[in-house]
Every structure is written in C-alpha cells, then in structure tokens.
Unconditional design. Structure first.
Lengths: 112, 521, 662
C-alpha cells in the first residue's frame, strides 16, 4: 500500500476492516487450535480465544456505527466467559481427578 | 357455569382429588372416585331432561376466552349428536370403576384418577366447539389410555401401548396441521365461525386443498375408528388392556373417530367427502367382512371381540358415507349400540378372565353348567351383538343397511354378509366357551356372578333391551342433528336424489334452511 | 275390541316367570305356568276369531313407533285377517297340545324350567311372526324363532353334537335371513314402506324386474327357514333337540314360516312369474330329494325330519304353481300329522328308553298299543289315504301342479309314493315283528346287527354317519333321561291325550277345515283341471302302492331290503349318506372360509402385510437411527470439525447466492 495513502487513512484512525481482519485471524487460530490440539486446557484456551475474537469484532462494529449495543454484548460475553471459565476449569479438574488424563480423545463417554 | 361445564369439570376435579389422596386410603379412594363418577352421570342426565328438540344450534353452550393470543376459546355445547355420546361416556365410567374394584390391586389411585381423566377428556371431545379445544381434549384422552394399558395391562402391554400411541399420533398430527391451516385462513379456531365462513364462501378452498384437508382430518378419525386397514393397533391394545380399559376403549374411544367424521369431515368438506365416499365405503365394507372373517378364527376371546369391533365399526362408517338420513341416523345409533353391547362383551369376558386367568377359548368349556347366569347374560349380549331384533344392534344395523341400500344397493348386499358372519364367530365362540363338557379347571375356578358383577352387567342389559325396543327415546334428537349436517352436504351439491329418497327426505324432520349458519350462534 | 298384543304377551310372561324364577319353582308350577299361558293365548285367539268372524273383518292395531328415521317409519303393529287366523289357530292350538305333551315327556329332565321358558319364548316370537303387520315385525318373529330353535336344539348343551347342530341351524338360517333382509331393503326402496297393506296394494303397479328380485330374495329367506334346497341341511341335524321341540318347531310351526311369508306376499309373487317358477322347482326338487334320503334312514327322527323337508317342498310347490291356499292347507294338515308323527316317535323313544334306531325297535304294538294306533292314523294321513286330512291338501296341490305343468304332477306323485313307503317302513319296523332292543349297553355294531339282516351292509359305509355324532351313537340320541327298563312301556296320559286329539285332526282335519274355501276371498280358487278324478286316482294309487310295498319288504319278506341294498351298491351308499351334501358344504364353504381366514386374512394380510408395514416403519426408523448414530463419536474434536464444515458450507452457500440480502 502506498505510504501516503496509508498515512491518510490512519490519520482518520485505524479502519474497521483491520480490526475485522485481526478478529478473523484470532478466530481461525482458535478454531484450528480447538480442532487440532488434544490437551483439554489448550482446547479451553482456544475457546476463550474465539470468544475474544468475536468481542473484538463487536467493539469494532460498535465504534463504526457509534452504537452502544456492541459494548453491551461484549460485556455479556465477558461475563459468560468468566462463568464458563470457572465452571469449565472445575469440570476439567474433576475429569483429571477421575481419569488421570487431559487428552480429549480419551474422554468420549458421551458416545452411545 | 352450566350443566355441561359441570359434566366436564366434575371428573377433572375428581382426577385432582384422587391424585392427592394418600396412597394408603384405598377404600376411600375407590368410594370417592365412584362418587365423582356417579355424580357426573347424574348431572349428565340433566342434559337429557334439559335438551330441547327443534332447537337449531347448540344447547348448554358456554363460550369463554381460554388463551388470548392466538384467540382460543373454551367453547362447548351439545346437539343431538353429542348428547348421547356424552351420556354413554358418563354411563360407562361408573361401570368401568365398579368392574375394576377387585381387578386392580396395585397403584389404585392412579388407576382411578386416569379413568376420571379419561372421562373428562371424552366428554370434552364430544362437547368441544373450538377446533383447538377439540384437539386438546382429543390428545388428553390419549394419555390416560396410554397409561391404563401400559401399567395395568397384560404381558405384551408395552408393545401394545407404543403401537396404539404412535398409530394415533400419526393421524392426530396431520389433523393438527389441518387445524392450523384452517386457522391461517379463517383467523379463528371457533368451529361455528369456520363453518359459517366456509358456508358463505368467505374462505374459498380450491378443490385440491379441500381434498387434502379432508384427508388430514379423515386419516386421524379413520385410525381412531379404526377403519380397515388401519385397525391393527386395536386387537393388540384390547388384548393387553385391563378390562376397564377395554370397555372404555371399545365403547367410547372408538366413537371419537366416527363422531369426528360426522361432526367435522362431513360439514366442513362436503364435496371432498362425497367424492371420496366410494373408496371409503369399499374400505368400510372390506373391514366389515375381513374383520368378521378374522374374528372367526381367533383363539383369544378379547381378540375376537376386538376384530368384531372392526366389523361393527365398518357398519358405522358405511352409514356415514351413504349420505342418507336413514344411514346417518343408523350410523350414529350404531355408535351407541356398539358402545353398549361391545362394552358388555368386554365386561363379561373380563369376568371370565378374573376367574380363569386366561383369555384363550380353549381353556374354557362347559361354563354354562357352573355359571348359568353369567352364561345367560353373555348370551343376551352375544345376541345383541349379532343383531337379533328386539335388541339394540338390530335397529342400528337395519337403518345403516337400509341407508346403504338407498345409496347403492350393492353396498348393502356386501355389507349384509357381515351380518351372517357375525353369527358365525359369536356363536362358535359361545359354544366353545359355555357349552360342552365341563372342563376340569373351569369346574374349580368358575363361579356365578357376584352382586357387584350383577350391578355392572344389568344396566347394560337393560339398555340393550330399551334401545332395541324403543329407539324413539334416542333417535329423534340424533335425526335432527343429522338432518342439519345432511342439509349442508346437500347444499354443496351433494346428494343425487333419486325420486323416492327425495320423498323420504320430505317427510323427515329436515331443519329449516339453516345452511352454513346452522351452527352459528 | 280384542287386545291382540295379549296373544303373544301371555307366553312372554310365562317365559319371564319361568326364565327368571323357574329354578326355584317346582315342576308342577313351572308346567302350569307354561301350559296355561299358551292355552290362554289359544283361548284369546278363539275369542278374537269369534269377534272378527274368523278374520272376515280384519283387525289392525298400532301400539307404538318402533323405528323412525328419515322415511323409515316402522310401527309395532299387529293385524289379523283370514290367513293370520289360520296360522294363529295352528300355532296356539298345536302349541298348546305340544306343551301338554312336553310336561310328560320332559318330566324327568334336568333344566325342566329352562325348557319351558324357551318353549314359551318360542311361542311369543312365533305369534309375533304371524301377527306382525309389516315385514320388519315378521322379521322380528322370524329371527326370534330362529333363536329359540337354536336354544332348543342345543338344549342338551353338554353334548357337542347338539350345540353344533344349534349353531348350524342358526347360521344357515342367517344365510336365508340375508336374503330376506335384502328383500326388505328393496321393498322399502320400491314402495317407501314395509307395511303389508301399503306394499301389497301397490305391488301390481311396480316393474316386474324389481318384483322378481324381491320375490327371489324372499325365496332365499324361505329356503333357510323352511329347509329347502340348498339350505335344508340344518333341519335333519336339528333332531338333536328334545322331541317336543322337533314336533313344535321343526315340523308344525316355525319351518312353515317360509310358506306363510310367500303366501302373505302373494301379490308380489303373482307379478313375478320367474320367481314363481323358481319357487315351484325348488319345492319340487326338495320334495323328491329329501324323500329319497328318507327311504334309507334308520333313525326314526331322521326319517321324519327328511319327511318334513319333503312335505315343505310340497307346500312350496303349491305356492309356486299359484295354489297359495292349497299350500296353506297342506301347512295346516301337515302340522297335524307331522306333529303327531314326531310326538308319536317321541312316545316310542320314551318307551324304548331313549333308543332312536329303528333297528333296535320292533314289535312295539303289543307294548304301546295307543302309540301304535295314533301313529297309524298319522301315517295314513301323510300317505294320502282317501278321507284323511293329508289326502285333501296333497290332492289340492297336485291338481294345481297338473294345471301348471303336468310333469310336476308326475314327479309329485312319485314323491307321494316314496313318502308313503318310508313312513310305513318306519311304522312296520317299529311296531311289527319282534322286539330287537332290550339288551342295554350292547352296541348295535356288527355281529348283533347281522342277525336281523337289515343292515348287514350299511355299516361298511357309515363312518361318515358316525362322524356326525361323535357322542352317544351307541346309546341315546336324545339323552332322554330314562333308565332302560328292559321292556318297552306305554307313555303316560299327559303324553297320550294330545296324541289322540291330533290323531283325530289328522284323520278328520281335511273334512273339518276347507282352507281353500275359507281363503277364497284372499286367494281365488284354482281353476278346474280336466280329468281331476283320474289325477286323484293316480295319487291315491301311488300312496297305496307305497304302503303295500313297505309291508311287502319289511313285514312279509324281510330278506328283500338287504338284497336290494346289495344290488344298488354305490347308489345306496350315496343316498344313505345323504348325498354327502354336508361333506360337500364342509369342503367347499366351511373349510375354505376357516383356513382362508386363518392363513390369508389373519396371518397373511393382518399380521403380515399391515402389521408388517407398521412394524416395518418402526424398524425402518430404527435402522436409519442406527446409521446416523455413528456420527455421535463422543470425540469433541470431530464434533468441532462438523461445526466448522457446516459453517463453511453455510458461508459458501450464502456467498454463491449473492450474500445476505438486505
């Protein structure tokens, strides 16, 4: 990109599309991690990553449209994420206590 | 709160009361439930005495908003068609309770509570005048019967209940879809309103739509009737059900189907009904003959009676789709007759079961020697069932066949074979169970009727004779309601009137031209 | 004004009292109630007859509306005219005699009260049948008497053969009723009413095809109730019932209902020549057919049963050739002499301690002189010996048949000869010769029978005959509950008195009651036939030949029957086994229905196809689920992959379709 144009653009602030791109990248990393990694803690962190990617896009849109509802959603997501982290970690601990493993492939008792 | 509301409410209250009684108070539960059932019956008799002939429209009507949006009303009322079916329900419930006095020994309060809920649902079905309300009661009936068979039934009860439930659900889901479609067109669930709109042309259904709607309703009702070839749930359900369940199932629940045909299918979709009548009649006649033939070779008494029901109900459907006053009157009368006589058959078969703990015909023989009165009552019921004149079924069968003959003589010819066959299977069973040398186990187990059993059976026998000898107590009210329905179908360009049928129609109590507004308030 | 409803109501009250309380009442009270109710009813009939000039002034009474719907309006109406009057007199008169007889005959039976309750119920329905003023009421009686017939045939309900015979009677009658009810539907469609008055007066104006159809359907009904070809098969089996029942129901009254119905509907039949011809041919064929079977039977009641079938055929011949009044006349005289024959047979059976096989009787005239005497009167009457009642009515029918078609006359004459032969054969075998019974407990099979030369051959072929009665062939057919006294004995006077009255009527009934004259206003007298004296002579001659032949074969030359049997061989076997008609029906109707219903309809259609489809739908959904359940691996990462794949597909789909539309 032409530095001139870049400066001009940045002068008006970082464009929304950059935030969205970052959000997409973060989300994809989260998805990839969720699918590929086996450690349950990592998987858990990937979920957090995806949530935060979504939060980022919410904020970006809120800024773009000058509306407060995006922030509202973000707060909701953060609260839920916090609650989820608490419950989720507790579940992970219990699972580890019972099964002595954090490998997600070995935890498949939902089947049948 | 008029009488009709009371007839619906009392069993419902009884249901709740029975649920909260402590489990240990068995005797009090029984007496209390019996009290509720008898009270319902007495109150329902008020409907008979208060029923006025010649009134064009509903009586004991009551219309309140139940759910505001979408607007669903608690709209109930009766005419001659509903009147006797409601009485039949309230008449048979106390008998069903009394006959299971000893039969049911575990989970007593649930059993009786379900019987009352069943009664409430049945009365509601026959009284409802709002399609959504009708559907609600229709499904309410299903629940207690599901449990009655599933909990207190015999060995294969789970298979039977699941089959019964799924069969019925398939039909009723389609009916629900049709009801919702009608709502989208008419913006109301009120049946009278919908009829009026259909009659005045405010809702214009094209031919294909009308046929589809008709078939949706028809299928739901035909399964319940049950019309051949949708009948295979019935023998299983009957064989597995406890006696009280069989009695209520055969006597009243099956009538929900035929009632629905008369009440909803004919007036709402007259053209489709008439167009589809030929193959429906063929199914009905096939059911009459096949049901009878299969009944002939059944080794199990309850199954035999169940197949005989398929045959008898075929007559009812035949009468309905003959589109003649005589046939329709006969069909409705036959619903009541079948309720009484088949109910009595199941009752008496139940008595035999309680003694011998078997339903297989081969386990009996010579019962007449040890239990003469039981045999006599069974004989009277058998004769009623095979349509002996002076007993109830004859009147209904005669009218149905006469109506069928007027519509198409060959229908009557084929259907009348069923009358021959009914004598074959019933008398053959009677011979093998009651006559012959006294079987050893029969001698030790079978005793004559106890006073409680007398009390169950005698009212039914009395009704058989009354309905057979003096049908004028019942038919006029039925005729009036049917005349209005036929009037509607005739208006829709339905009946091809042969000259003499026209003459007959002239002499009957056809209501003054009410047309589509006949049911409107 | 007489209350007609009392006539059937009295026996009905008797039925109710005996039926409900009978078990607690003594036999004397039970029989008093039963007999009185019928005798009183007879008295009422007589008084109605006197006040109405014996039906000269018809009475019509309406009681209540029974069924009303649409155009159907059936009243419970009774009426009396001349035809009804005759039927009423026959039914209540002979009914009373048989009730009295039965008090003696049934005196030692279990279920005495039950028997009389059924008998009274029968009277109620029979009177309803003849009094009813519309077809539906006729039908009420028609079905009702069928019911009582069923109950009384199966009176000894412990015996399987008896209850089977009862079922057979009811079901075969139902086939006839099928025709009758269709006839009613057609009548209603055609005439708009079922009242005799309206229907019969309007009949001449209706199309012939419709009237023919109605008449033929009615004929089907009549062949059931009146035991004509092809539905006669129930009547011989009906002899399982007690003998008074055979006399009352299966000889004198119920089985003649078909003749009554056809005569009542004369207006319809007369307009339907094809139907008339059919009636005549059916009647004639039945008469010959049954008579040939009667020639060979050994069971005394079976002989008379086939004789009844044959004589009913005569009545239908009369009706069919248009001589309704002659048919009714024969109905009446037949009621006299056939009731007498049966009750006499009952007396004989009573005397022999329940034995019905004529080969074990013989020489009874010295033990039971009265029975012998009255049976001789009846046998003379049925043989048509001049002066007896049977002579008049049979001659009237044969003359009319000659006027219609001479060949019918000749066939009828041959039948008359056969009738005389087998009735007198029974008479000689029973009363003449030496007593052949007496060794109770000895089976009549083989060696024993050989000594008499009557049946040296028969047993080789009678396995199917035995099959009909799986029980008690070697002892009593009737289960008549007497101990075998060793020597025969005369019956009590309660049994003999009615016999004597009937014997008088059998002899003099023809003189006393000239039915054709009486009914002249309803059925015009038949036109004169040329050579009437010659025809009369021929029929008398046939009867006398029959009697003489039977004397020659069964008294004078006892070796002859055996030789004839041997000479006839296969034909004899065929006739002795009643042409295997029962077996034929069993193989062509009963078995296919039972087996077809079991295999094809029940197991095949119901359980196979329909339930197969239903259960198939169930298993189908289960197996689909069985495939789909593999998607649920339990592996979170594979779930996540599915989510991603789904999201991608969704995005691509949306993208391809131009994105979200605002």
């Amino acid at each position: 990109m032409d530095p001139q144009v870049l400066m001009q653009t940045l002068g008006k602030g970082v464009p929304t599309s950059w935030y969205l791109a970052l959000s997409a990248v973060l989300f994809t990393i989260g998805v990839a991690g969720f699918i590929l990694r086996r450690n349950i803690i990592t998987v858990f962190m990937c979920i957090e990553l995806m949530l935060n990617a979504v939060n980022l896009s919410f904020i970006a849109f809120a800024h773009e449209h000058r509306q407060v509802s995006g922030h509202l959603f973000t707060f909701f997501v953060m609260v839920v994420a916090a609650a989820e982290a608490a419950v989720g970690l507790a579940i992970i601990l219990t699972v580890f206590k019972n099964r002595s493993t954090l490998n997600i492939d070995e935890i498949d008792s939902l089947k049948n | 709160m008029n009488l009709l509301d009371l007839v619906i409410a009392i069993p419902a209250i009884g249901f709740l009361v029975a649920l909260i009684i402590p489990r240990v108070m068995e005797k009090i539960t029984r007496l209390l439930v019996m009290g509720f059932a008898l009270l319902t019956f007495v109150v329902s008799l008020g409907l008979v005495s208060g029923f006025q002939s010649g009134v064009n429209g509903l009586q004991f009507e009551s219309n309140k908003i139940w759910i505001a949006n979408p607007e669903i009303h608690y709209h109930v009322g009766i005419d001659g068609l509903s009147l006797w079916l409601i009485i039949l329900s309230t008449f048979l419930t106390p008998i069903a309770i009394l006959l299971s006095w000893k039969y049911v020994q575990h989970r007593i309060k649930e059993f009786y509570a379900f019987l009352l809920l069943l009664e409430c649902g049945l009365v509601g079905v026959f009284a409802a005048y709002d399609l959504f309300l009708f559907y609600t009661f229709w499904e309410v009936v299903l629940v207690p019967m599901y449990f009655l068979i599933g909990i207190w039934g015999h060995d294969r009860r789970i298979y039977a209940t699941v089959k019964f439930f799924l069969y019925t659900m398939v039909g009723s889901v389609l009916m629900l879809a049709a009801i919702i479609f009608l709502y989208t067109q008419a913006h109301t669930f009120d049946y009278a309103e919908i009829l009026a709109q259909l009659g005045s042309g405010k809702i214009a259904l094209d031919h294909g739509t009308e046929t589809l709607l008709f078939l949706a309703f028809f299928l739901a009702f035909a399964i319940k009737v049950p019309l051949f070839p949708l009948h295979t749930w019935l023998p299983d359900a009957h064989v597995e059900a406890p006696t009280a369940g069989s009695v209520m199932l055969a006597s009243v629940m099956l009538k929900m189907g035929t009632y629905g045909l008369v009440r909803f299918c004919l007036p709402m979709f007259p053209i489709a009904a008439k167009e589809n009548a030929p193959w429906i009649v063929i199914l009905a006649i096939t059911g009459i003959i096949v049901g009878a033939l299969v009944a002939l070779v059944q080794p199990n008494m309850k199954k035999l009676v169940a197949y005989s029901s398929v045959s008898h109900l075929g007559f009812v459907v035949l009468g309905i789709f003959s589109f003649t006053q005589v046939g329709l009157d006969g069909a409705v009368y036959q619903m009541l007759n079948h309720g009484i006589s088949t109910g009595a058959l199941f009752l008496l078969v139940g008595f035999l079961y309680e003694r011998q703990h078997s339903l297989a015909i081969k386990d009996f023989g010579g019962v007449a020697t040890v239990a003469p009165w039981l045999s006599i009552l069974f004989l009277i019921t058998t004769l009623a069932s095979i349509g002996l004149p002076t007993l109830n079924n004859f009147v209904g069968e005669f009218l149905v066949l006469q109506g069928a003959a007027q519509a198409n003589f060959s229908w009557a010819v084929f259907a009348a074979f069923g009358v021959i066959l009914s004598a074959c299977y019933m008398l053959w069973m009677y011979q093998r169970v009651f006559f012959g040398a006294l079987a050893h186990s029969v001698k030790h187990h079978v005793t004559d009727l106890s006073p409680r059993e007398w009390a169950c059976a005698v009212p039914l026998i009395v009704m058989m004779v009354w309905m057979g000898m003096y049908s004028q107590s019942f038919i006029p009210a039925i005729s009036e309601a049917n005349a209005r329905i036929l009037d509607r179908t005739a208006k829709a360009g339905l009946i091809k009137m042969t000259p003499h049928v026209a003459v007959n129609a002239g002499t009957s109590n056809f209501a003054p031209a009410g047309g589509g507004n006949a049911h409107a308030r | 004004m007489q209350n007609l409803w009392l006539i059937p109501a009295l026996p009905f009250i008797g039925f109710l009292i005996n039926g409900i309380l009978g078990r607690k009442l003594s036999k004397a009270v039970v029989s008093a109630i039963a007999v009185l109710s019928v005798v009183l009813s007879f008295g009422l009939v007589v008084s109605v007859g006197l006040s109405s000039g014996w039906g000269e002034h018809p009475i019509h009474q309406h009681y209540f509306t029974w069924i009303r719907s649409g155009g159907v309006d059936i009243g419970w109406d009774f009426m009396v005219d001349k035809l009804t009057m005759i039927m009423l007199m026959v039914v209540t008169g002979i009914g009373s005699l048989i009730h009295i007889y039965a008090t003696g005959y049934m005196a030692h039976e279990e279920g005495y009260y039950r028997f009389f309750a059924y008998l009274n119920l029968f009277m109620f329905f029979m009177l309803n049948l003849v009094l009813g003023a519309n077809y539906l009421l006729l039908f009420v009686g028609w079905e009702g008497v069928g019911l009582c017939s069923y109950l009384l045939i199966g009176f000894y309900f412990v015996k399987k053969s008896a209850t089977t015979a009862g079922n057979k009677a009811f079901i075969v009658n139902r086939i006839g009723d099928f025709g009758f009810s269709l006839a009613m539907f057609l009548i209603f469609i055609t005439f708009g009413s079922l009242d005799f008055g309206k229907v019969l007066s309007a009949a001449p104006g209706k199309p012939v095809e419709v009237l023919t159809a109605i008449a033929l359907l009615m004929l089907l009904g009549a062949t059931g109730k009146s035991a004509q070809i092809p539905l006669y098969v129930w009547l011989p089996d009906a002899m399982e019932g007690p003998t008074p029942v055979s006399a009352l129901i299966h000889a004198a009254t119920m089985v003649t209902a078909g003749v009554y119905m056809c005569s009542r509907s004369a207006a319809i039949f007369l307009k339907a020549p094809i139907a008339m011809e059919t009636v005549a041919i059916v009647g004639l064929a039945t008469a010959v057919f049954a008579a040939t079977i009667g020639l060979t039977q050994y069971d005394i009641k079976k002989v008379f049963a086939y004789s009844t079938v044959s004589q009913l055929g005569y009545m239908f011949l009369g009706v069919g050739v248009g001589a309704f009044s002659a048919g009714i006349w024969h109905l009446m005289t037949h009621a006299f002499f056939k009731a007498l024959l049966f009750m006499g047979a009952g007396s004989v059976i009573h005397a022999c301690g329940g034995e019905q096989d004529m080969r074990k009787m013989g020489g009874l005239k010295k033990y039971t002189p009265w029975t012998c005497g009255v049976l001789a009167c009846a046998s003379l009457a049925i043989a048509g010996v001049p002066g007896t009642s049977g002579f008049f009515s049979k001659d009237a029918i044969l003359t009319a048949a000659y006027g219609h078609a001479p060949w019918m006359f000749w066939v009828g004459v041959v039948t008359a000869g056969m009738t005389a032969f087998y009735v007198w054969r029974a008479f000689w075998m029973t009363f003449w010769g030496e007593y052949r019974g007496g060794d109770a407990g000895h089976s009549h099979d083989h060696g024993h029978a050989h000594t008499h030369g009557h049946d040296d051959h028969a047993h080789a072929h009678n396995h199917s005959h035995d099959h009909d009665h799986d029980h008690g062939h070697s002892h009593s057919h009737d289960d008549h509950g007497h101990d075998h006294h060793g020597t025969p004995h005369e019956s009590p006077w309660s049994m003999l008195a009615p016999l004597v009255v009937l014997a008088f009527l059998s002899l003099a009934g023809g003189f006393l009651f000239n039915v054709p004259k009486f009914l002249e206003s309803m059925f015009p007298l038949h036109e004169e036939v040329p050579n009437e004296e010659m025809l009369m002579g021929v029929s008398i001659f046939a009867g006398l030949i029959g009697i003489a032949l039977s004397y020659f074969m069964y008294v004078a030359n006892k070796e002859l029957p055996g030789k004839i049997r041997k000479a006839l061989g296969g034909i004899y076997t065929l006739v002795y086994n009643k042409y295997f008609v029962d077996e034929f029906y069993d193989a062509t109707v009963v078995r296919p229905i039972i087996e077809g219903s079991t295999e094809v309809l029940w197991h095949g259609l119901d359980q196979g196809v329909i339930d197969g489809a239903v259960n198939g739908a169930g298993t189908g959904s289960r197996s689909i689920g069985g495939v789909l359940k593999h998607l649920q691996s339990g592996n979170i990462r594979s779930y996540a992959t599915w989510v991603v794949v789904g999201a991608v597909i969704l995005l691509i789909t949306v993208g391809m379709n131009g994105g979200l539309i605002r």
